[in-house]
Ligand binder design. Structure first.
Ligand SMILES: Cc1cc2nc3c(=O)[nH]c(=O)nc-3n(C[C@H](O)[C@H](O)[C@H](O)COP(=O)(O)OP(=O)(O)OC[C@H]3O[C@@H](n4cnc5c(N)ncnc54)[C@H](O)[C@@H]3O)c2cc1C
Length: 381
């Protein structure tokens, strides 16, 4: 059989996870042959809030490509509002950025190509694993492969990991909108119904914003019309542009599969690494991609085991707490107690930000304060 590529590494997907994998691999072994396959041409749009959190910024810095954020909107303030309470707002220590994915992803792909990755437009349908390597689509042979092909990952399917469980597959719709004039901040608003869900408005500059809504339980009844109505109802000050709606699923971390076997690793949405409280997935896509890329070229035969351990060291504690927080969030009363505590205590606000738009764990004192607030509400102390 004639092979299109005999490579050290084949990466399926050229989103944040795939490009970070290529950059990580080439940082570890600059002479490695790294082939990146994507079914789309770049630039391409991707349904997203376009919010790039502080952990994502750190990973980009580590990969030496902070220039991809050039001209992005810098935001260091969060505003969170529950349906039946006063919104709370504060500055956060580490800023985030807002940059449309059409621009961000194309710049990342270019950065990977500039460092030596080969980009091919190819829809992957088949992956087979052999004793000494993997073969993708019968034509691309490599020592290892990384599935960075998003929430409906073909690679995940090919290695038998199954689809992301429906209840942990959030449903989301985003649009670009005309924004009211106000201080730049990331706005989160929680509707009363449906639950658990939230709407967001993130400033992109030029009096525009990325707005949207996410239903965190994938079993909630939804369709495009209902989600559009929910955006209009929850974010009345923003006016969405009619042709900018795009929907997609988010694979929340409680449903994640094992992130790899032997020579095939999963990264980003393919590995189900989206924060189940905030829906943030770019940071974990970049982080997991970078780790997977490094290990796949360093030790392809043992990469699966090493990657699992590395991912655990970086994310296990955070994901456990985020999973627990998402279970508590199923109760509107716990959510109200959390927001109320954040409103009266800057350390709780900071801890909440760290858990939702970072990869931190929540300090004990912040958890205790939220629990106390919850008990007070029950007994009306
Ligand atoms: C509406 C919405 C809002 C969101 N908002 C935010 C936010 O503000 N901040 C944040 O951090 N996260 C957000 N997320 C999550 C974030 O978008 C994802 O976690 C992130 O895109 C994951 O990156 P990835 O590289 O794993 O996958 P993707 O970005 O989905 O990239 C996967 C790539 O694989 C390619 N591909 C797929 N299948 C194949 C195939 N068979 N063959 C070849 N190529 C293939 C695709 O073309 C694509 O380029 C949001 C998600 C949604 C749906």
């Amino acid at each position: 059989m004639k092979m299109a590529a005999d490579a050290d590494l084949v990466i399926v997907g050229g989103g944040p996870a795939g490009t970070a994998a290529a950059l990580g691999a080439l940082a570890r072994r600059p002479a490695a042959r790294v082939v990146m396959l994507d079914r789309s041409g770049f630039p391409r749009d991707k349904a997203c809030g376009d919010g790039i959190g502080p952990v994502a910024v750190d990973v980009l810095a580590g990969l030496g490509c902070l220039e991809v954020l050039h001209g992005a909107m810098r935001v260091d303030r969060l505003r969170i509002g529950a349906a039946n309470g006063t919104p709370v707002a504060d500055r956060v220590d580490a800023p985030g950025y807002v940059l449309p994915r059409r621009v961000f992803d194309a710049r990342l792909v270019q950065a990977a190509v500039n460092r030596g990755a080969e980009l091919c437009r190819e829809k992957v349908t088949k992956l087979t694993v052999h004793a000494n390597g993997v073969v993708v689509n019968g034509r691309f042979r490599a020592a290892a492969a990384i599935g960075a092909d998003g929430v409906h990952s073909r690679v995940r399917h090919e290695i038998g990991a199954g689809a992301h469980p429906r209840q942990h597959r959030a449903v989301s719709l985003r649009a670009y909108a005309q924004a009211p004039r106000r201080e730049p901040e990331l706005v989160f608003r929680l509707p009363r119904d449906p639950w658990p869900a939230y709407a967001w408005a993130f400033p992109t500059g030029d009096c525009r914003a990325n707005v949207g809504v996410v239903l965190l339980d994938g079993r909630s009844p939804s369709n495009g019309t209902r989600l559009r109505e929910l955006i209009a109802h929850t974010l009345p000050e923003w006016t969405p542009l009619a042709d900018s709606f795009q929907g997609h699923h988010l694979p929340l971390s409680p449903g994640r599969p094992p992130p790899g076997h032997d020579r095939v690793l999963l990264a980003g949405d393919a590995a189900g690494l989206v924060n189940p409280v905030s829906g943030e997935g770019i940071a974990t896509a970049l982080l997991s991609g970078m780790l997977a890329g490094r290990l796949a070229v360093a030790q392809p035969a043992r990469a699966g085991r090493l990657y699992r351990a590395a991912l655990g060291r970086h994310l296990r504690a955070h994901l456990r707490q985020a999973d627990l927080a998402s279970r508590l969030m199923r109760s509107p009363k716990w959510t109200a107690a959390t927001i109320a505590s954040a409103g009266t205590s800057p350390p709780v606000f900071a801890a909440l930000a760290g858990l939702t738009v970072g990869t931190d764990t929540m300090p004990l004192h912040a958890g205790a304060r939220i629990a106390t607030q919850r008990l007070r509400a029950t007994f009306r102390v």
